[in-house]
Design a protein around this ligand. Structure first.
Ligand SMILES: [Zn+2]
Ligand SMILES: [Zn+2]
Length: 387
């Protein structure tokens, strides 16, 4: 099964959907127009059921095979949201909304899964049920988590779930995947150091919050270098440091810091939170100041299940002859929540030699559509073969 001919035929139509979505980007949960189009198309394709409003603006379509005797139910997931970036591609279908653009290719993901849904509803050449999942707010908003919280898996009886992301740097038509931890946990923290402000010429009468916070910044670097197993991956970054004084002669009463902790294992994630809190609090205390830590949990580590990963790679190899081993990604991915609830796998499809995702000159490559759609169809037809 290389590229399916039907997707070569559908390419102009799917490309037109993709470019329309590109022109009309919507951020986080505000995917009202996009969700409306998705639901309307799923109904027009003849889906057996279309549900709206899961995870606020998520959409789900159900397609039953010619037979459903196998009792199998597979979920296929795409994301729909754009980013708060001002587009600089110069394309004739560039974003019409200033300050918003599809800079991560979720327009392409939505269009490809719609293309696959159209094909699957036409052919129904499988024994089981497909649930196509379109989620909002992948970019930091936890739309996948919210759809799961709304009972996505239970309501539709999903047993396995698959996801796909385009990837600049991987050749067009090629795929890459890896089993186990794939995308990082992405937690955030805020540390407030409270000292005693005063005259810069009389430091002995103050507790210098700037000095204390500086010691904390340095000490936090010992978490990844001294506490974490060096064969594992961990990032601790302080990204914001603001003192309450803007004057050259005032020692600041307070310093506020922000940053992120990223890991590739749930154990290391837990260790990161514990060490960060202990270091901030005790370092401040050693200097007579006080530190308050607000640790905000983001996406969990996204972990591909081994059997489903091998299966996903097999389908990719049938399409393109090969499936590369993907690198670890220290970015986060909301699909992690779905893989916590059900076995499944997440694969990368090549976007060719383009600007990286989240760059104002990035654009999804429409040439990736036939391979991406063929992979979706292959997952369904191989996992739930018709009799
Ligand atoms: Zn992104
Ligand atoms: Zn993305």
């Amino acid at each position: 099964m290389p590229i399916k001919n039907r997707f070569a035929e559908l390419l102009p139509e799917i490309t037109a959907w993709r470019r329309d979505l590109h022109e009309n980007p919507e951020i986080l949960y505000e995917t009202h127009r996009t969700s409306g189009i998705v639901a309307e198309k799923l109904r027009a394709f003849g889906c057996d059921d279309v549900a709206e409003g899961l995870g606020r603006t998520g959409v789900v379509g159900v397609i039953r095979g010619r037979s459903t005797a196998s009792g199998k139910v597979i979920g296929l997931r795409a994301d729909m949201d754009a980013l708060p970036i001002h587009e600089q591609t110069g394309r004739d279908y560039a974003s019409k909304t200033p300050g918003a653009m599809h800079a991560c290719g979720h327009d392409g993901h939505t269009a490809m899964l719609l293309g696959a849904a159209k094909y699957l509803a036409e052919t129904r050449n499988f024994n089981g049920t497909v649930v196509v999942i379109f989620q909002p707010a992948e970019e930091g908003g936890g739309g996948g988590r919210e759809m799961c919280a709304d009972g996505l898996m239970e309501r539709f009886g999903i047993q396995e779930v698959y996801g796909m992301h385009n990837w600049p740097g991987i050749p067009l038509g090629q795929f890459a995947i890896r089993p186990g931890a794939f995308f990082a946990s992405t937690d955030q923290f805020e540390i407030t150091v409270e000292g005693r402000g005063g005259h810069a010429a009389k430091p002995h009468e103050t507790v210098d919050s700037t000095l204390v916070a500086s010691h904390i910044v340095l000490a936090l670097q010992s978490i990844a270098s001294r506490n974490a197993d060096p064969t594992e991956q961990m990032v601790v970054s302080v990204t914001s440091f603001e003192t309450s004084s803007k004057a050259f002669n005032v020692i600041a009463q307070r310093v506020q810091m922000k940053g992120t902790v990223r890991t590739m294992s749930p154990e290391l994630r837990k260790l990161g939170q514990e060490r960060l809190t202990a270091i901030a609090e005790t370092t401040a205390r050693a200097y007579g100041a006080e530190a308050k830590v607000n640790y905000i949990k983001g996406y969990p580590v996204m972990i591909n299940h081994p059997d489903e990963t091998e299966f996903a790679a097999e389908v990719a190899r049938e399409i393109s002859g090969d499936c590369a081993e993907a690198p670890l990604v220290m970015g986060g991915e909301d699909f992690a929540y779905m893989l916590e609830e059900r076995p499944g796998a997440y694969i990368l499809v090549g976007n060719g030699d383009t600007a990286s995702v989240h760059h104002p000159e990035y654009d999804f490559s429409d040439e990736a559509i036939p391979a991406g759609c063929s992979w979706w169809a292959g997952v369904v037809e191989r996992r739930m073969p018709a009799a």
